[in-house]
Design a protein around this ligand. Structure first.
Ligand SMILES: Cc1ncc(COP(=O)(O)O)c(C=O)c1O
Length: 449
């Protein structure tokens, strides 16, 4: 039997030449590594862990379900848990969207959403509609389909030969508006661009528009102006283009509402979910559609031939039910909104740092963008790897914060994204922000500020 040091010689991680800390226990907002260090999980993994780590009743639910029925194949069987989970997701949307197709993660959820849109058009008698329009500086997943409509330049770069060439519109990114406007002077150019693109492509060919209601890592929680998605909704309706909102990061409470579309006063046709759907306790995702989409497919072909082997399994479904119940019983979505406001107010204090350019987001999904010059908003030299330095230094000081580079058209732009569990307390926020404050001071000194 190999010893523990030999074991890592067989693993491929994301960083092939780095020693990663080994986490041996996780509880509440804390991770504990095998060296005895306690780490605040300021990003909740990859903005996943909503109810906190180590909730026993969720673990018990999963274990009980594994003992009862661990797995059945969805093409042959459903389970009571699967039906119950769909019902709970639909209830969480207040019935805005009410048919749920479960999958195993976020990339699969967005791909399923796109396939459902295509299937809807075929079954509605419009088989020429297939094109997908998305945005630059967006992220919809790492699989080749999802990466094709993602506009996260750095994640696409090496794989572009495999990516189907769909259209990407300018992002909704007010801090660096691609149209040179400010929120007061703009006429929603980035929304109106959708109509121009649909017309140029031919409305009869366009199936769906997909966007994140609140940006994830590609733009660090950029939040669109009020009107934005209402305009998008009108344009989609005008040309029979389905509006898909990717709520993989936002959904199930993260932005302080059950779903981020609820901030924008619109109901999309389809949403993609993952991350918070299980709070990190099981790999689950879902595409959720409005009734009329389901009804159209049911009445025509009655068949949606998609899904992977593990999609719709009963353990994932039981965990989804337990996590939604837990969020409701403990009023955690309301708590997320309140703690989000508190965190945002604390982050404001970081603006005294010379590199803190913008703070944005909603609920407990908040981003900080760093710049070289606050007045001109010039980005930092990407050679500095400022974002990675912040992440590394914060970890040394006891905080895990996810960071990202390239928000400025893929060439530069550094940011960090906060996404702690909703159970975080004010005192824990104070400690977390204090460590980030000191981290920034240290990295700014190192990089010559
Ligand atoms: C908005 C969004 N969509 C899709 C995905 C892909 O999800 P997954 O990594 O579970 O495949 C992510 C992951 O970060 C995301 O943030």
């Amino acid at each position: 039997m190999s010893n523990i040091n030999d074991l890592q010689d067989h693993l491929i991680g994301v960083y092939l030449n780095r020693q990663m800390p080994k986490i041996v226990k996780a509880e509440g907002i804390y991770l504990h590594d095998d060296q005895g260090n306690r780490i605040i999980d300021a990003s909740g993994g990859a903005v996943v862990c909503s109810i906190g780590h180590g909730v026993e009743e969720i673990a018990e639910t999963a274990a009980k379900q594994m003992k009862t029925v661990a797995y059945v194949y969805r093409r042959a069987f459903h389970s009571p848990e699967l039906e119950a989970a769909a019902c709970k997701v639909s209830e969480a949307t207040n019935g805005d969207l009410d048919r749920v197709f479960f999958v195993s993660g976020g990339s699969e959820a967005t791909e399923t959403a796109i396939k459902l849109a295509r299937k809807y058009h075929i079954d509605a008698g419009n088989p020429s509609k297939f094109r997908v329009i998305s945005r630059w500086q967006s992220y919809h997943g790492a699989t080749l389909g999802a990466l094709a409509w993602s506009g996260f330049t750095s994640r696409r770069a090496e794989f572009t030969p495999y990516l189907k060439d769909f259209v990407h519109l300018p992002p909704t990114y007010c801090y660096r508006c691609w149209y040179g406007k400010s929120p007061d002077s703009c006429d929603q150019e980035c929304a109106r661009a959708l109509e121009n693109e649909i017309l140029c492509l031919g409305p009869e060919t366009v199936s769906a528009y997909i966007a994140e209601p609140v940006s994830g890592y590609a733009l660090g929680a950029a939040f669109p102006p009020d009107e934005h998605f209402r305009r998008i909704r009108q344009i989609c309706d005008k040309y029979n283009v389905l509006m898909i909102l990717d709520e993989v990061m936002n959904g199930v409470g993260r932005t302080g509402r059950w779903f981020a579309y609820q901030h924008h006063g619109v109901v999309p046709d389809i949403i993609a979910l993952a991350k918070g759907l299980s709070g990190g306790y099981y790999p689950v995702g879902a595409a959720v559609v409005k009734t009329h989409i389901f009804d159209t497919i049911a009445a025509a072909s009655g068949f949606f031939g998609s899904g992977h082997t593990y999609g719709g399994n009963p353990v994932g479904a039981a965990v989804v039910c337990a996590v939604i119940d837990y969020l409701k019983e403990h009023n955690l979505v309301e708590r997320c909104a309140a703690m989000g406001e508190y965190l945002a107010s604390k982050l404001e204090a970081l603006k005294i740092h010379p590199t803190v350019g913008d703070i944005r987001g909603r609920g407990l999904q908040l981003g900080v963008e760093f710049v070289k010059d606050k007045k001109t908003r010039e980005s930092l030299d990407p050679q500095l790897q400022f974002y990675q330095k912040i992440q590394d230094e914060a970890l040394r000081r006891g905080v895990h914060i996810e960071s990202s580079g390239g928000c400025n058209r893929g060439q530069a732009g550094d940011l960090i994204v906060f996404g702690p569990p909703f159970i975080i307390t004010e005192a824990e926020i104070d400690e977390m922000v204090g460590i980030i404050d000191n981290t920034l001071t240290a990295v700014e000194k190192e990089t010559g500020f």
